[in-house]
Design a protein around this ligand. Structure first.
Ligand SMILES: *[C@@H]1O[C@H](CO)[C@@H](O)[C@H](O)[C@H]1NC(C)=O
Ligand SMILES: *[C@@H]1O[C@H](CO)[C@@H](O)[C@H](O)[C@H]1NC(C)=O
Ligand SMILES: *[C@@H]1O[C@H](CO)[C@@H](O)[C@H](O)[C@H]1NC(C)=O
Ligand SMILES: *[C@@H]1O[C@H](CO)[C@@H](O)[C@H](O)[C@H]1NC(C)=O
Ligand SMILES: *[C@@H]1O[C@H](CO)[C@@H](O)[C@H](O)[C@H]1NC(C)=O
Ligand SMILES: *[C@@H]1O[C@H](CO)[C@@H](O)[C@H](O)[C@H]1NC(C)=O
Length: 476
């Protein structure tokens, strides 16, 4: 029975992979906003689109093939209807339809037939161009989002070509007979152009790093952990969201727990960050040895009535000034374990187990160890978003100290603990809260910004709900 259980456990452990710690939902509201913004931009960029030259031959009985070339084509007018785009469950992607685009193109024409050469300019009107494109979303082996064209259909309703200059009065009657050919040429060019755009987008997605350095200590992995999920109303992406230390790249000794980010159709975007994300960052700092601080007397303001010397500790440890009279002290504080975050409805809790080591500084600069104190502190905080900034407030809920080692005999830690508590409150928390009251700017993107974002703390995760605004879409 036991070996069987072990095998089942190993198999399920291998196939279910890691739980995502970041979830992103794009709702239909977001998709429709993106469509509207994209349509405005597309209309703009069609105006200064340069159309590639077209050449071909038209078979005219009884003369044979007349070769033609169209050059210097520019779109002079474009009536660009809003396209439709919808989540498309059948292929896990989008279906987009452009109904009835009309455009006017001006350019130059040249024909050759045997030794006859002629040239002039033309105006081409294209009516009722309809394009339907289906795009599939996927995930590649390294966890990038990928896009590919599944199908594309283009039809051109009608064309009208007017030639000017040269012997256009001779050629024009023939041209009128070949609208089918011209239409086919245009139709044949649309889908390859659409597919080319999708390829460009795919290459850009591949170029996005799914792992990047956040600061000098931390890097973060954000590959997709799953295939994108699509239903009629939303697109859901699951990302790893694991921080680690740049130096050691040590795996955190805990795993992401599953969580469910509820869908909020009134917001364009929802993002969930599980407490694993915060805890992996905490573990990253811890394993990089960043969570330690050395306190000596030169860090204490000269005007302070308390100084880091053995006589100042007399009231808490009576034997200390007697054993080591008139010596300055040094205090080392470091995290015993990685501080751990716990997200509960409306509250972020933080446990910070630390160690405090005290030394006397001998006149010859040797450090003499005095005692080692275990110091467990618990904090709770609130976070919210106000005026586009993340703000918060932190309070200390509990502080317990235990004397773990002592070179100077035992002493009661209660009075010392009280002083340390005041030090944390006035020395650390007041500064942290000052910063949290001012708040931190939300991470900004180059071409989009969040609008009216809301942050709330839920069981096991933070949820950020927001609308977005495209500022200045990039030209491709
Ligand atoms: C992606 O990561 C590589 C290596 O870490 C780095 O050299 C490159 O600059 C990164 N690219 C971007 C766009 O951040
Ligand atoms: C206190 O520590 C700083 C570095 O952390 C050092 O530059 C300074 O000399 C120290 N002061 C004393 C009095 O030991
Ligand atoms: C020790 O600190 C106290 C203040 O807490 C100060 O009055 C005293 O002069 C200091 N002694 C030495 C030797 O630095
Ligand atoms: C520094 O002074 C202390 C106490 O006087 C002594 O025990 C220690 O050996 C000295 N260390 C050095 C390197 O001189
Ligand atoms: C602080 O924590 C200790 C140990 O976990 C507990 O016994 C004590 O009741 C707590 N005190 C407060 C005020 O929560
Ligand atoms: C508060 O903000 C300032 C400036 O951004 C920064 O230098 C300082 O380290 C922050 N202090 C704390 C306790 O977060």
């Amino acid at each position: 029975m036991l070996p069987y259980l072990v095998i089942v456990f190993i198999l399920t452990a291998c196939t279910c992979g890691e739980n995502p710690a970041i979830k992103i939902i794009l709702t239909n509201k977001g998709l429709q906003y993106g469509r509207h913004a994209g349509a405005g931009w597309a209309q703009q960029s069609l105006k200064d689109l340069s159309v590639p030259d077209v050449s071909g031959g038209i078979h005219i009985r009884p003369f044979g093939t007349v070769g033609y070339t169209l050059t210097d084509m520019t779109v002079t007018q474009c009536d660009f209807p809003e396209p439709s785009i919808d989540f498309y469950q059948t292929v896990t992607g989008f279906k987009s339809t452009l109904p009835g685009l009309s455009a006017a193109v001006h350019g130059n024409w040249r024909i050759n037939y045997g030794i006859i050469r002629d040239a002039g300019s033309f105006d081409l009107a294209v009516f009722n161009v309809e394009v339907t494109s289906v795009i599939e979303l996927g995930r590649d082996a390294s966890g990038h989002l990928s896009v590919s064209s599944v199908s594309c259909q283009a039809t051109v309703g009608n064309v009208k070509l007017n030639l000017h200059g040269g012997g256009s009065w001779i050629v024009q009657p023939f041209v009128d007979k070949f609208y089918g050919h011209i239409r086919g040429k245009i139709e044949g060019n649309i889908c390859p152009a659409v597919e080319q755009h999708i390829l460009v987008l795919e290459r850009r997605l591949q170029a996005i790093n799914v792992s990047f350095q956040v600061n000098e200590a931390l890097a973060v992995d954000i590959p997709l952990t799953d295939l994108p999920f699509i239903d009629d109303l939303s697109l859901r992406l699951d990302l790893m969201g694991k921080f680690y230390s740049v130096k050691g790249h040590e795996e955190p000794p805990f795993e992401a727990q599953p969580f469910t980010l509820p869908e909020q159709p009134d917001y364009m975007l929802s993002m969930g960050l599980s407490e694993f994300t915060a805890n992996s960052a905490s573990y990253g700092y811890f394993s990089a040895g960043q969570l330690q601080i050395l306190i000596n007397d030169s860090m204490i303001p000269r005007t302070s009535s308390f100084h880091l010397n053995t006589s100042s500790f007399g009231p808490f440890i009576p034997q200390l000034p007697k054993l080591f009279p008139g010596l300055l002290m040094e205090i080392q504080v470091y995290a015993k374990e990685a501080p751990s975050f716990c997200f509960q409805p409306g509250v972020v809790n933080l446990d910070f187990p630390a160690v405090v080591k005290a030394f006397a500084i001998q006149p010859n600069a040797t450090l003499t160890p005095l005692f080692k104190l275990g110091l467990d502190s618990k904090f709770s905080g609130k976070v919210w978003i106000d005026s586009g900034r993340i703000k918060g407030y932190v309070a200390m809920d509990n502080l317990t100290s235990t004397l773990e080692e002592s070179e100077i005999g035992t002493f009661k830690t209660a009075a010392l603990e009280g002083v340390i508590g005041l030090g944390i409150k006035y020395g650390v928390l007041s500064k942290v809260n000052k910063n949290l009251t001012e708040g931190f700017a939300l991470p900004s993107m180059q071409h989009a910004q969040l609008v009216n974002p809301v942050l709330n703390v839920q069981q096991g995760f933070l949820a950020i709900l927001s609308d977005a605004e495209v500022r200045n879409p990039e030209r491709s």
